[in-house]
Design a protein around this ligand. Structure first.
Ligand code: NAD
Length: 494
């Protein structure tokens, strides 16, 4: 067993004190429904929060609507300064954001510091702050029919944005949305998952400290009813949502009567392909630690392992070493790399996929068998095999530490299996040194991001999003900015 932090570690139980909503630059006591928030690693209630009442949702949207014209009229350089100041405040609060995320999401501290805090602020928020300054005007030049004219195409902010996030990365997912929206000149109402609201409430306090003009950036919390009111609100112009495909479809329907644009970042069942000739001993640890990261609660988890049949047995042997490195348990133990599932119902759902697969003839090819902590909603990681490609565990997003392996016979077979999914968020191709082959396979896969040989970390300047049931639109980079911009053609006679 590994050493654990002393029970007296002051961060172990630390959660933000803020329970107030941020509406029109004021911290406001919530007047809606109340609920408990849990630490999924200890099962302890770590806070009781109150959501926005219907009147408070209206007030947040009204504040954003009133603030919009002046915020949109600021120069890009001025908006950039505001967003950089927010990044400064977030950076200074990193020692509070980190324990808040570890204690409400259960992400192991060994991963959370970079993945959940530093990358979000240093890279993604700073990039958005700089992108506020970009002049996107396109000078189309001359057109002579029926009379000579000149044209410009300009980009203008869409208006009020409702930003709704999933539970697994509360800071990153929020920054992906509000960074671009604020940079574009939109005003924002942010609504996090009710399962992990504490980090977002802390963000509300930090946003107030960053001194945005009143109403530009509002933070409320609430459940599905608050989300429904926000996404169908007549004064909201655009909805950006991260979560499951089922809720994404509901949000699209709720936004439809108002003909609001939607950006939807949804789930996935992403394949990782091991081509013939690859040294599986070099890649096995990285592959297995990748899909199990954040307890498998990652939208782009590469949890469908497609392995050339010549490498299948060797890949399983090599994978045993990776499973030996999986440490499930206390997120505050620096050696832990697999934390808990967010709630007991989700843990049971994940276990249901494992048990259901075995009952249907599947095999647990690799698994961690160490005893789990007595408290906490943990699941030991499992690699499932011997399942048909239409099995539920192969087709559905499990969102836990469970991967499936399928052999393939040749490259056409690998591409066919990779694309045999209603999703299309991400994929990976392991091709060793044959980058040309890796690239040609990558081009045949229907997914919004394809990594070759593991790719790299999430670039703030590259688009992220999915095909099919993985989403609508893109976040990040210039593509993410365009989600919050209207396009206007201006033409004049010369
Ligand atoms: P979820 O769909 O259960 O809930 C997400 C949010 O939707 C919550 O804030 C919830 O309160 C809200 N909501 C529920 N019903 C609503 C309604 N009718 N109207 C408006 N809002 C409503 O998702 P989750 O369990 O929090 O997150 C996990 C899912 O998110 C997974 O499917 C994962 O793949 C996906 N995800 C995608 C990305 C991406 O970038 N593509 C990133 C992270 C997570």
């Amino acid at each position: 067993m590994t050493a654990t932090l002393p029970a007296a570690n002051p961060l172990r139980d630390w959660v933000p004190e803020t329970r107030d909503l941020l509406i029109d630059a004021r911290m406001v006591a919530p007047e809606g429904e109340r609920w408990d928030v849990y630490n999924p690693a200890t099962e302890a209630v770590i806070g009781t929060v109150g959501g926005a009442s219907a009147a408070q949702v209206d007030a947040a949207v009204a504040a954003a609507r009133t603030a919009f014209p002046a915020w949109a009229a600021l120069s890009g350089a001025e908006r950039s300064r505001h967003i950089h100041r927010l990044a400064d405040v977030f950076e200074a609060a990193a020692d509070r954001l980190l324990p808040s995320i570890v204690n409400e999401v259960g992400t192991p501290v060994s991963l959370a510091s970079f993945l959940q805090v530093r990358m979000a602020v240093d890279q993604h928020l700073r990039w958005a702050a700089d992108a506020a300054k970009t002049d996107r005007t396109v000078h189309l030049g001359a057109w002579s029919e029926p009379a000579p004219t000149l044209s410009d195409v300009v980009y203008e902010p869409v208006g009020v944005v409702a930003a709704i996030t999933g539970y697994n990365y509360p800071l990153n997912l929020a920054i992906f949305k509000f960074g671009a929206a604020l940079a574009a000149g939109c005003t924002v109402v942010l609504l996090p998952s009710p399962r992990t609201p504490l980090t977002t409430l802390l963000m509300g306090e930090l946003i107030r400290q960053a001194d945005f003009p009143p109403g530009v950036f509002n933070v409320i919390i609430g459940g599905a009813d608050v989300g429904q009111q926000l996404t169908s609100h007549p004064d909201v112009d655009r909805v950006s949502f991260t979560g499951s495909d089922v809720v994404g479809a509901k949000i699209m329907a709720q936004a439809a009567p108002g003909l609001k644009g939607v950006t939807l970042e949804l789930g996935g069942k992403s394949p990782s392909i091991v081509l013939p000739g690859v040294d599986v001993h070099k890649i096995a640890v990285e592959m297995h630690l990748r899909w199990s990261r954040n307890g498998g609660q990652g939208c782009a988890a590469l949890a469908r392992l497609l392995v050339h049949d010549s490498l299948y047995d060797e890949f399983l042997e090599a994978g045993a070493a990776a499973f030996d490195q999986m440490v499930v348990g206390d997120p505050w133990d620096p050696a832990t790399n697999i934390g808990p599932m967010i709630r007991p119902d989700h843990r049971d759902r994940v276990r249901g996929y494992i048990d259901g697969s075995v009952a249907a003839g599947g095999t647990k090819l690799l698994e961690v068998t160490k005893p789990l902590p007595e408290k906490g909603w943990f699941v030991n990681p499992v690699l499932l095999g011997d399942l048909p490609h239409d099995a539920r565990a192969v087709q559905e997003e499990i969102f836990g530490p469970v991967a499936v392996i399928m052999p393939f016979t040749d490259i056409d077979d690998a591409v066919r299996l990779a694309n045999d999914t209603p999703y299309g968020l991400a994929a990976n191709v392991w091709c060793g040194e044959d980058l040309a082959l890796g690239r040609s396979v990558a081009e045949r896969i229907r997914a919004g991001t394809v990594w070759i040989n593991g790719g790299g970390s999430m670039r703030p300047d590259a688009p992220f999003g999915g095909y099919g049931r993985s989403g609508v639109g893109r976040e990040l980079g210039e593509w993410g900015m365009r989600e919050y911009l209207e396009v206007k053609h201006i033409q004049w006679r010369v």
